[in-house]
Design a protein around this ligand. Structure first.
Ligand SMILES: [Zn+2]
Length: 143
């Protein structure tokens, strides 16, 4: 969770120096540049937390053709939020639009979708390189 907060705080240097770093997730890792552009360009990938009002970032989506869901983390209180969407295709089109012309894509599959998560020790090292503090450096850090 602190990792996501640091990623938002240091998004500019992270994009500049580490945009091709692989961020762990399912069904496979995603390039950091794709994640940062998705959050920036897809308005539904950001939301206000219903619990505390802080910014929340989408960290995954999936579903069936007609019913889908997005999930994310609040950067303030760490509340896990789920939201229904119009279906997998709606999220897929929005994600593709956000990344159009950037050379980035999401490694997603239907109907599993896409989500961030896994050992983020490489990401933590990169964040520390650009000045993020308060992150513990261990061999295995869960995102
Ligand atoms: Zn919150």
């Amino acid at each position: 969770m602190r990792i996501l907060r640091a990623l938002i705080a240091y998004r500019e240097p992270m994009f500049e120096y580490y945009r091709d770093l692989l961020v762990p997730g399912k069904p496979g890792p995603t390039r950091l540049g794709a994640v940062l552009l998705l959050w920036e360009r897809w308005i539904d990938a950001r939301s206000r937390c219903t619990q505390c009002g802080a910014l929340g970032m989408m960290t995954g989506f999936g579903g069936l053709l007609s019913v889908g869901s997005m999930s994310g983390w609040c950067l303030g209180c760490q509340h896990v939020a789920h939201r229904r969407t119009g279906g997998f295709g709606v999220a897929l089109r929005a994600a593709q639009q956000a990344l159009a012309g950037t050379g980035y894509s999401l490694p997603l599959t239907f109907p599993q979708g896409w989500s961030l998560g896994g050992n983020a020790s490489g990401l933590v090292s990169a964040l520390q390189e650009v000045g993020a503090e308060g992150l513990r450096r261990r061999r295995s850090v869960r995102l």
